[in-house]
Ligand binder design. Structure first.
Ligand SMILES: [Mn+2]
Length: 329
């Protein structure tokens, strides 16, 4: 079957709230891999990409240094992602702030050399600033622009232009600046705002987004910024933005994507463990991956779960029940 490679991207330098650096190791300690394996998903942590220096050791840095740290971290992440793909494993990148998208999707493009890639971007924000427009100069607000070919040279060197504007689609946007919206409009990128999700329903929004990401491409990816969710469902983020995507509906609409051969990778970012409440956000990460990743059909109704996990497990089982078996041992 299809082994899943969990790759931690311990990046905080790209964010305003640098505690995202601690996200992947918290998910490791939480037991994410074990939880997925209990669901029959062959998942293992294969790498934890660390920053050259930890944020708390040297909190104040010049912008140039921050950019260099982010670029260098992303270069190592990209190499790891490409390596996992080369080894026949499915990459799941766990951030870390959203600047890691530069390395994740740069690495997917490298690992799938010559293939065209689409991307569905779940986020409260657009992350489409450049150095010329960013009010904060935080690289996590620039990663989508970089993937489209716009941004600082050191970022473009890792993931520049790996997704064509016509193959990127946002879902859940509700907080952004005019300048980044301008860039995306100029490029013709489709943005399905939260207001539009409310109007049409998440299922229709995702159908359109996947069609955009898949049109004329060989594969597509999902990047899920946890702040795209409603803070009720994902409190463990730096910027809680009200009126977001809801957990139950997301799990329901994502379930049909599980095991699709043209799904290239999944990225989940911006987890801040110290902001989490009763591990609700960590459990959401696990539930998303249980929903999206393929598992052998004989394990789908497996009733064995660790204490405290039964609610999540039941949810995962319900969401995928009745799907055609896609993979077998
Ligand atoms: Mn983001």
């Amino acid at each position: 079957m299809w082994p899943v490679s969990l790759i931690g991207a311990a990046s905080g330098w790209g964010a305003g709230f640098r505690e995202t650096e601690l996200g992947p190791e918290a998910l490791h300690a939480y037991g994410l891999a074990e939880g997925l394996r209990e669901a029959g998903i062959a998942a293992d942590w294969t790498a934890m990409i660390e920053p050259e220096r930890r944020w708390r050791e040297a909190p104040e840095q010049l912008r140039e240094t921050v950019f260099r740290l982010v670029a260098e971290h992303n270069a190592r992440l990209a190499a790891q992602v490409a390596k996992e793909i080369g080894a026949g494993r499915f990459p799941v990148i766990l951030g870390g702030d959203h600047s890691v998208a530069i390395g994740s999707w740069g690495g997917v493009a490298r690992g799938r050399a010559g293939q065209k890639l689409g991307l569905v971007w779940f986020d409260a924000h657009l992350d489409a600033h450049t150095v010329a427009t960013s009010p904060s100069m935080n690289p996590h607000g620039m990663s989508a622009a970089v993937l489209l070919g716009h941004g600082a040279p050191e970022f473009l060197a890792v993931g520049g232009g790996v997704v064509r504007p016509k193959n990127l689609c946002y879902i859940g946007a509700r907080s952004y600046e005019a300048e980044e919206l301008d860039l995306l409009r100029r490029l013709g990128v489709r943005i399905i705002t939260m207001a539009e999700v409310h109007g049409r329903g998440l299922g229709a929004a995702l159908d359109e987004a996947v069609a955009i990401a898949g049109r004329g491409t060989d594969a597509f990816g999902l990047t899920i910024d946890l702040d795209g969710f409603d803070p009720e469902d994902a409190p463990g983020v730096g910027l809680r933005t009200p009126d977001g995507l809801r957990r139950a509906e997301m799990l329901r609409v994502l379930a049909p994507l599980a095991g699709r051969a043209d799904l290239a990778a999944v990225e989940i970012v911006e987890y801040i463990p110290s902001a989490d409440e009763d591990q609700r956000t960590a459990r959401l990460v696990e539930a998303l991956l249980r929903t999206l990743l393929p598992r052998p059909p004989d394990r789908r109704t497996d009733g064995r779960h660790r204490a405290g996990r039964s609610a999540v497990a039941r949810e995962g089982e319900t969401e995928t029940a009745g799907m055609a078996p896609l993979f077998s041992r």
